[in-house]
Design a protein around this ligand. Sequence first.
Ligand SMILES: Nc1ncnc2c1ncn2[C@@H]1O[C@H](COP(=O)(O)OP(=O)(O)OP(=O)(O)O)[C@@H](O)[C@H]1O
Length: 235
Amino acid sequence: MAIEVDKLTKLYGKQRALNSISFQTSIGRIIGFLGPNGAGKSTCMKVLTGILPFEAGSVKVLGMDVSNQALALKKRIGYLPENNPLYLDMYVQEALSFEADLHMIANKQQRIREVIELTGLQAEQHKKIHQLSKGYKQRVGLAMAIIHDPEVLILDEPTTGLDPKQIIEIRNLIKTLGKEKTVLLSTHIMQEVEAICDEIIIINKGELRLQIAKAELASQFPGMSMEEIFVQHSN
Ligand SMILES: Nc1ncnc2c1ncn2[C@@H]1O[C@H](COP(=O)(O)OP(=O)(O)OP(=O)(O)O)[C@@H](O)[C@H]1O
């Protein structure tokens, strides 16, 4: 299994952001991770990356326990956080070099060249990050997330705020990455889910509302659009 979440509960003070949620996903799929604002998607993603402690339950990624194997797991997970926090004063190459050093990557320059090509950053690679458009900043975030060639990619709203052309470009990039990796992708864009996901998880109020293969949507919810299915499971 790529991801195994079992009765996971996460509290912020008294607020139950995740309420005994359980789900599993197999390796090599692109999973759309959906839910209304405040559903707990980002919280769950942070738990999966091992950066956020939780109160109860068990969470495994690639069979490894996030609570006690977090460091080893970070080598196998790539994470693009919501709002893509980047060091804006760094040059693109400098940021990638910094990230590569954190992962102690051998053949660093070669790997930087590879991810620059993969993410389509060639023309912008000599700029400072603050000089880039939002779409190109997203590409830098993705390049940093994949520099260590992780098996699992966790992408928190990677296309939010991009123009339609950039959305399509980033989406194609995610699709390409998804050929080799398991991708957990949160998004509010239902077209995106239809375009690239193999599987869909909808959560609401910290609980699982639906998990379904995209191929089964039409037979399980005949005549319903993805938006309608989302709304039905978000109340
Ligand atoms: N650091 C925090 N401290 C306190 N409460 C938090 C914190 N982070 C998130 N929350 C709360 O936990 C709940 C779940 O938030 P989360 O960001 O996980 O939702 P989300 O599904 O990612 O939402 P969105 O689609 O708006 O990004 C929300 O009510 C939010 O206000």
